[in-house]
Design a protein around this ligand. Structure first.
Ligand SMILES: C[S@@+](CC[C@H](N)C(=O)[O-])C[C@H]1O[C@@H](n2cnc3c(N)ncnc32)[C@H](O)[C@@H]1O
Length: 250
């Protein structure tokens, strides 16, 4: 389903949410630790929250903000578009990609579980990095949002828009793509959203936008109500796949 869907995100609603993505982005950037002159790739940049943080760090470098969503990139450009150190690239990580230059470092936050073909995505990231360049990423990993997946299974709705990979296959895919110095772990990161209205909006905007997009307006409401009623609590049982790897320096 991913890679073929024409659905898109709602950037305004997305940015209004209490996103744990802020913390996930900070964790990734702390590990990547870019230097002020680096050219850094943000793969699946969305509305550019982490892109902005990196622009503040790479005062003498730049950022390549890559995403396949027109609406998310439009929101990013509205916020950051006139910074000459920023290049915005609309591209799909599921297809073979390369840039006509290489980046010093690459990162991705909460995006790669939307990418069906991790092997292709990692090979793309490998090509876009210079020798010696590092990749650090966070995304949903094996066991992520298990309670939501089990409600979707009860409702016989195919949850296969996601790719929640585990540690062994991620190590293997990174290694097959040419990366070395690989570390991969799964981190349990459950969140609880107290306000019922915010929880409902969060589920529809951040978790199930593509499931809902495929339904007619009247179906959407009923489906969302059913999901919310069946969920055991207003908890989202996130499990993050956190990885870092290096492109060998020849
Ligand atoms: C949940 S958002 C995360 C955005 C941002 N990194 C953040 O942390 O707020 C996921 C992003 O990944 C992008 N994405 C999903 N699949 C993609 C693909 N195959 N190629 C490029 N971008 C993709 C989406 O368009 C979306 O902007």
């Amino acid at each position: 389903m991913v890679g073929t869907t024409t659905s898109d995100w709602d950037p305004e609603s997305y940015d209004s949410m209490p996103l744990p993505h802020l913390k996930w982005g900070d964790r990734v950037l702390a590990s990547l630790n870019p230097t002020p002159t680096d050219l850094v790739l943000d793969a699946g940049c969305g509305t550019g929250r982490d892109t902005a943080k990196v622009l503040d760090i790479v005062t003498g470098g730049g950022v390549v903000a890559l995403d396949r969503s027109e609406s998310m990139l439009k929101a990013l450009k509205k916020k950051l578009g006139n910074d000459h150190r920023l290049e915005v690239v609309m591209a799909d990580l599921n297809s073979e990609l390369s840039l006509n230059y290489q980046c010093d470092a690459a990162f991705s936050v909460a995006a790669l579980h939307w990418v069906k073909d991790h092997q292709t995505a990692f090979s793309n990231l490998f090509r876009m990095l210079r020798p010696g360049g590092r990749l650090v990423f966070d995304c949903g990993g094996r066991g992520n949002i298990a309670s939501i997946e089990s409600v979707l299974a009860e409702l016989q709705v195919s949850p296969d828009v996601w790719n929640f990979a585990g540690v062994p296959e991620t190590k293997e895919n990174l290694s097959k793509s040419g990366f070395t110095d690989i570390t991969v772990s799964l981190i349990e990161d459950t969140i609880y959203i107290e306000d019922r209205n915010v929880f409902e909006k969060y589920i529809s905007t951040v978790v199930l936008p593509f499931h809902l997009d495929q339904m007619r307006a009247e179906e959407k409401k009923a489906f969302l109500r059913e999901v919310l009623e069946r969920l055991p609590s207003q908890q989202i049982d996130y499990v993050r796949l956190f990885a870092s790897a290096e492109k060998p320096s020849n």
